[in-house]
Design a protein around this ligand. Structure first.
Ligand code: 13P
Ligand code: 13P
Ligand code: MG
Ligand code: MG
Ligand code: MG
Length: 379
């Protein structure tokens, strides 16, 4: 019998501001999940201000019952959040009525169904203050870069490579690349992580699913800014797939991602433990947590808080240095995102107010000089 591993996350209200989740919300979510007989097992956790429901069951992906259960947990949490007037209570629940599937409704979801192997180590990556494209670079390194993953070279079951399924989030299209042959083609797209996101990775040796990410873009869904769609990603490990350490290794060198303050900045993705996951410096820098589990007939044996390792201290130090360096730019690009990507943006209002003060620049030097003289003379 196949098992389904489903991770559904939502920001139900921040404590304090956008920094963390109040323990009462986590308790409430646990109560709701514990009260259901649909699940084999579950683990409730958070990264920053996002609640993550990690669930195992036998209902396959996109199960209305499982999605409804998560939705109800978030609704109950919203009541508690409203009572405590937490910041942005119910932020990620964009629709009042549940319609069978949380995809496109606000919460982020990553899920996969598979035959549990003799030993099934999995890692749940969860990030705050960034977007799904943040997984592009680490997933590429895990499954395609032999300088990161020596298994691609020395494990016969990995040597053929992997298939990458990529989503175009703007045009809602998908494309599959076969690596290593199509490595350069893949990179053309995933190097633009604001638009092209790696949705899933499959083993070419077995055809099995190896990784899956959440790809919802809240800002497009809602038609207005409601916070970054802080993403999650599931990675299966070992025996023909990256070793646990190969899956974690890309995060040892923090890469730059979009998000951070007001979802409008670029900053380094800092690997942290759950306890370190509340982002406070300029509402950041963006963070990633990795919880490891061994699955045993659907039971989640864990978690192991994988970035708690002191070996990631150096990555945190580097992320802090990069954060300080970028902060010096203040409101200037490329620390602040380019205009097209700006959220909470005041540009239209400012533009409307100042429009009449923008005058045409004449063509040619003489005319400019003449116009300048005229203006001076008029004063
Ligand atoms: P152990 O010898 O500790 O089992 O490690 C084997 C391994 O493959 C590590 O990546
Ligand atoms: P969240 O997406 O984590 O809610 O953050 C939004 C924000 O504006 C942070 O400054
Ligand atoms: Mg928030
Ligand atoms: Mg968040
Ligand atoms: Mg958010």
């Amino acid at each position: 019998e196949k098992i389904t591993l489903t991770v559904i996350k939502a920001d139900i209200g921040g404590w304090v501001g956008h920094s963390s989740v109040h323990p009462r919300l986590l308790e409430t979510a646990k109560e709701v999940l514990a009260g259901s007989d649909l699940l084999v097992d579950f683990h409730v956790t958070h990264v920053g201000d996002d609640i993550n429901l990690i669930m195992t069951h036998h209902r396959g992906v996109d199960s209305p019952e499982i999605h409804h259960l998560a939705w109800n947990a978030f609704l109950r949490c919203t009541e508690v959040a409203r009572e405590m007037k937490l910041y942005g209570a119910g932020q990620d629940l964009l629709s009042d009525a549940f319609s069978g599937n949380v995809r496109g409704m606000g919460p982020g979801v990553a899920e996969m169904e598979f035959e549990e192997r003799r030993s099934e180590p999995v890692i749940i990556f969860m990030a705050d203050k960034t977007e799904p494209g943040a997984w592009n670079l680490p997933l590429y390194k895990m499954f395609a870069d032999p300088f990161n993953t020596i298994g691609l070279v020395i494990d016969p079951k990995m040597h053929q490579g992997f298939r990458f399924e990529v989503y175009d989030l703007v045009e809602n299209k998908r494309v599959v690349f076969s690596l290593p042959e199509e490595m350069y083609d893949l990179l053309v797209f995933i190097g633009a992580p604001g638009r092209y996101c790696i949705k899933a990775v499959y083993s070419k040796a077995t055809g099995e699913i190896a990784a899956v990410s959440s790809t919802q873009r809240l800002n497009f869904l809602a038609g207005r800014y409601v916070g970054k769609d802080d993403p999650v990603c599931i990675v299966r490990c070992q025996s023909g797939l990256p070793a646990v350490g190969e899956a974690l290794e890309p995060f040892a060198h923090p890469h730059l991602v979009a998000g951070w303050m007001r979802g409008s900045h670029v900053g380094p993705l800092m690997p942290v433990s759950v306890a370190q996951s509340a982002p406070t410096r300029f509402d950041g820098p963006p963070r990633v947590v990795a919880l490891g589990f061994q699955l045993a007939n659907g039971k989640l044996i864990g978690p192991q808080d994988l970035f708690a390792d002191v070996a990631f201290d150096q990555a945190r130090r580097l992320a802090n240095e990069v954060a300080s360096y970028l902060r010096q730019l203040g409101p200037f690009e490329p620390h602040r995102l380019p205009l097209e990507d700006m959220e909470y943006t005041t540009l239209p209002e400012v533009m409307a107010r100042l429009k009449h003060r923008f005058t045409k620049v004449a063509q040619g030097v003489e005319r400019e000089v003449a116009a300048a003289r005229e203006e001076l003379g008029a004063k």
